[in-house]
Design a protein around this ligand. Structure first.
Ligand SMILES: [Zn+2]
Length: 204
């Protein structure tokens, strides 16, 4: 199942390189994405520079899927695939592109939250969502330098995880980057600011 999902993702990417995508501009979704990019830039105070690029010249393709296949997914930092363009999802996916990892995948997350793996496996969701703990070397930053951030934009919340995560009484994730998310990005790129360009495509 897991590999099937990976294969499916890969297949989309192959298809996308053959089928011409429609360029999206001047829509509410385009404006929402631009606004999220600008907010990341503003809040991280010059640590990153995110801009829209001429189509075909971008570092990251944002692809709006017609059908509800991906609520949001980032693939190799080069593609963001979104079905529902919401502020929370756009902030989260940009978070992946600029180097943030899921907070609930910290190796020490078990100290703070409980993931119901039994439910996860029973519902066949292990392949679709990223729940399993990562290695310290998977993080671009030293996660131990930051307190566990229940409110991170990179934390799955109870609803989207199908009540698989128990935050031990803490609300999980917000709708925008948390103070700690911002701090991590500032720390990561303090020495050398990160520049990334994006273009938005539609694909039905
Ligand atoms: Zn994610």
């Amino acid at each position: 199942m897991y590999y099937l999902f990976k294969f499916k993702k890969l297949l989309y990417i192959v298809c996308l390189s053959f089928i011409s995508c429609e360029v999206i501009d001047d829509t509410n979704e385009y404006l929402l994405i631009q606004n999220c990019m600008q907010e990341w830039v503003k809040r991280t105070n010059g640590a990153i520079l995110l801009e829209t690029a001429p189509y075909g010249k971008e570092d990251v393709k944002i692809i709006k899927m017609g059908s509800n296949i991906f609520q949001g997914a980032t693939i190799k930092g080069k593609y963001i695939i979104i079905s529902n363009v919401t502020e929370r999802i756009v902030y989260h996916e940009i978070g992946h592109v600029i180097g943030l990892m899921h907070e609930h995948q910290r190796p020490d997350s078990f100290l703070y939250i409980t993931i119901n793996y039994r439910k996860l496996i029973k519902r066949n969701l292990l392949a679709i969502y990223s729940f399993l703990p990562l290695k310290p070397s998977d993080f671009k930053y030293n996660y131990k330098n930051y307190i566990y951030d229940y409110y991170s934009i990179m934390h799955y919340n109870e609803t989207e995880s199908g009540n698989i995560i128990d935050g031990h009484g803490h609300a999980l994730s917000g709708d925008e980057p948390s103070e700690i998310d911002i701090q991590k990005v500032r720390d990561m790129y303090a020495a050398k600011p990160l520049r990334i360009t994006f273009a938005l495509y539609g694909f039905n």
